[in-house]
Write a protein that binds this ligand. Structure first.
Ligand SMILES: Nc1nc2c(ncn2[C@@H]2O[C@H](COP(=O)(O)OP(=O)(O)OP(=O)(O)O)[C@@H](O)[C@H]2O)c(=O)[nH]1
Ligand SMILES: [Mg+2]
Length: 420
């Protein structure tokens, strides 16, 4: 089941600004006319109902958006790069920070049409027309295009269900889904029968809702025991959990606590979802015999339980009507846990200004100057003067003087280095 892939995304770099001067008849020294570079394209992820799996992403590892074109003479803007749009099935969650950082949800694309930018474009560089001033009428500096973001993202499909059935293996989760809906999950008398989540539509009273039956959880699942707990992400978006216990188990209350412990270790939000507890298999004679003892135990523990027989269908309608009621209440009141359909638009961080000394070199770290460029990367005497003027206008010359700069010292600014 290709329900999780990791791909690299690279947004388009911005086009460089242009350094050029007007050449007109009878105008020997035309002013600057170098246009701006175009912005690069973004990489977006968009939920589209025509896509049903993440399979297509197995073929390619890198998705890039187009770069912006360079600016040119006569103040011409470079063309912007086209975006690259990755179409994913509705229900896809996008995570970033896969390569090392803390994994975080960038977008939760629950409904078709929702989209989010996952890699931001590099801005186009400014042409030399922007660097003209009363003192510098022939600026030979411009701005390089910004670098588009590149990162590794993870796409995960999460089922969209209202109710999730959880519990130890073999307690009767699949039997409950089969009894309450038209779904036909595999049922067998051994643990780990269910290997992949199964969905079913449950009709309860006048309502209907989608229920997900998932594999069994055991103690230590967070350490990879049993089937692990990774499949729990499929019920991250459910609003109510039906927690099933086997009435014939040695200690159903301990089972309940262990499963809850695993939920907590997987995700806090999951452990906070409302739960309906159901003790199953009450048709078995040995369970009948201890029924009143079980009732007392649960009453002592302060938890409300449903006693059911999924196999015989006993107590199942009541349980499902209660699930529908809780869902209804949550619709009216606040939705707890994860808010569905949330789309985040993280913006690239804004840098701050600083001037410092690195060895004998003075370093200027100012976002608007970082991408300063000259035609050939060299800084002639004329350019030295122009750069000084420009730094003075931005108030950075003062900062450098405060830091102790003297004529003859080296200054570095982005990729340019010259003598003060
Ligand atoms: N007597 C009795 N047996 C039941 C009942 N519900 C389920 N069973 C039996 O318990 C066994 C496990 O049922 P499943 O529905 O496959 O259990 P599960 O929780 O989905 O198990 P996994 O998918 O392995 O986690 C099967 O043999 C079922 O027939 C019940 O209410 N009464
Ligand atoms: Mg099962």
């Amino acid at each position: 089941m290709f329900d999780r892939v990791e791909v690299w995304v690279k947004a388009g770099d911005g086009g460089d600004g242009c350094i050029s001067f007007r050449h007109e008849k009878f105008v020997p020294f035309g002013g600057p006319d170098g246009g701006d570079g175009g912005d690069g394209g973004d990489v977006l992820v968009k939920a589209d109902s025509s896509v049903s799996s993440l399979r297509g992403f197995r073929q390619r590892r890198l998705y890039r958006a187009e770069a912006g074109k360079k600016g040119s003479n006569k103040k011409k803007h470079g063309k912007s790069g086209d975006d690259s749009v990755l179409l994913v099935p509705p229900g896809t969650v996008v995570l970033s920070g896969v390569d090392g950082d803390v994994l975080e949800v960038v977008a939760d694309l629950e409904q078709a049409g929702q989209q989010a930018v996952v890699a931001w474009h590099g801005k186009g560089g400014r042409g030399n027309i922007h660097y003209a001033s009363s003192t510098n009428q022939a600026p030979q500096i411009a701005q390089r295009g910004g670098i588009g973001e590149k990162k590794l993202i993870r796409l995960e499909m999460r089922l969209i269900a209202d109710v999730g059935i959880i519990g130890y293996p073999n307690v009767g989760k699949s039997t409950l889904l089969a009894a309450a809906s038209a779904a036909k999950p595999k049922i067998a008398g051994y643990p780990f029968t269910t290997l992949e989540p199964v969905l079913g539509v449950v009709a309860a009273g006048r309502q209907s809702f989608v229920t997900a039956d998932i594999p069994g959880l055991i103690e230590g699942a967070h350490l990879g025991r049993g089937l692990g707990h990774d499949f729990l992400r499929h019920i991250m978006r459910t609003r109510v959990l039906v927690h099933m216990l086997d009435g014939s188990s040695a200690d159903p209350i301990r089972d309940m606590m262990r499963v809850n412990e695993e939920l907590l270790l997987f995700d806090m939000a999951l452990s906070r979802k409302p739960q309906l507890l159901a003790v199953n298999k009450i048709d078995l004679p040995e369970v009948q015999d201890r029924l009143s003892a079980l009732r007392e135990d649960f009453a002592d523990a302060g938890v409300n339980v449903f006693f059911i027989s999924a196999a015989a269908g006993e107590g199942v309608p009541e349980l499902m009507v209660e699930a529908a009621n809780v869902l209804e209440k949550m619709k009216i009141g606040k939705v707890m846990g994860e808010v569905p359909g949330k789309v985040f638009h993280p913006q690239p961080k804004r840098g701050s200004r600083s001037v410092y000394k690195e060895g004998a070199t003075f370093v200027v770290e100012v976002p608007e100057l970082e991408r300063l460029m000259t035609k050939d990367g060299n800084v002639s005497t004329e350019l030295r003067w122009q750069l000084k003027q420009h730094l003075a206008r931005l108030g950075i010359k003062k900062s450098l003087e405060k830091a102790g700069i003297k004529a003859g010292d080296r200054v570095r600014c982005g990729s340019l280095e010259w003598e003060w």
